[in-house]
Write a protein that binds this ligand. Sequence first.
Ligand SMILES: Nc1ncnc2c1ncn2[C@@H]1O[C@H](COP(=O)(O)OP(=O)(O)OP(=O)(O)O)[C@@H](O)[C@H]1O
Length: 378
Amino acid sequence: MALVRLQTEDFRNLSPEPVSFSSSFNLLYGANGSGKTSILEAIGYLGLGRSFRVSRHKAVVRHGQTRFTVFGGLDRGTDDGGDYRPGNSGGLSHRLGIARDVTLKETILRVDGENVRSLSRLAKHLPVSVIDPGVFDIVAGGPGKRRQFLDWAVFHVEPSFASIWQQCQRVTSQRNQTLRNGRLDESLLRVWDSQYALLSEQLSEHRQATFDQFSEAFERLVEEVDVPWTRGLKLEFFPGWDRSQSLSEILRNHREQEMKMGHTLYGPNRADIRLKFQGRPVAETFSRGQQKTLVILMKIAQGMVLSRLGRQVTFLLDDINAELDMGHRAMLAQKLRSLGSQVFITSIEHPAPESLWGTSDVPEHRMFHVEHGKLTEE
Ligand SMILES: Nc1ncnc2c1ncn2[C@@H]1O[C@H](COP(=O)(O)OP(=O)(O)OP(=O)(O)O)[C@@H](O)[C@H]1O
């Protein structure tokens, strides 16, 4: 499915007029501060339930207002073969909505006209993958970014993942409270340990299964694109503890250490994707340019995993001109085309489609000029 209609109310500087998009490529250009990233951010809200650039909802509410709303209409996917045009609401397969009142601290989520309680009910309809300057932290940053990267795919591949993840977070925080208590309550800790170990195993099995699909897709991709420096690259899933022992055993053996630290030190909150090149961490070995290309390849491989399951990913490419050279931009655009993804690409200058795809055979796309938060199609 693809997002073919968007309407916002009091979202940053965006105009409240509805906009219709192509289910394949959408090119958005406009001056600094015109609202390009805000459009991607609004789309991101429907697929992630949060902003991909700020942590507080408050920042996105139009100045002077207390509540914003984002509505989205999805089509039936690339099989529809067409664009959504206003007045043709019969073509929509799902309608999504998210509103946040920052004074009441209340979020309302809607799917097809009905209120839903969990964010996963909303997010599962629109797999949104962001490629912006911050995305390169997946390689350069800490394990948290890589966990987030992996979990996004696990969430879309394995329907029970969100609920297990939430239960595991709850048990972890209760376990942490007991650890922080100062005196050893062994019987209570054993209760938490057994629940925690069980949920951790389930969570890690799902992560491992999705990671295996991801790494297989990554290997295929690397062969296809033939990037010589990726030979010798090894991607490995680390579940958060040494798998040669059971997690319960590790917890028992590190009781004192965990009591001293006052929180859980082993388990899924320590999981990581380890990226090594000839045995060394990639972040210490690869150049900035190589790290960026690697992240792009990882993002495409993720798209391949979902595509194999018949899920269309909506990619949001924000300001990548500054980050990637023409060759890598063309490789990315061509791959996203062959995946049948929906793509939004922003740029400051009027884009030249031929140079974007590196060929005169450009795919179907729609072009929008963004000015003062308003989109005008060309
Ligand atoms: N909460 C808000 N309410 C009203 N206007 C806002 C709010 N937050 C940001 N703005 C304004 O909205 C505009 C949109 O910013 P945005 O980051 O989307 O622009 P952009 O086109 O992506 O710019 P750039 O090319 O510089 O990245 C900016 O002019 C900004 O000052």
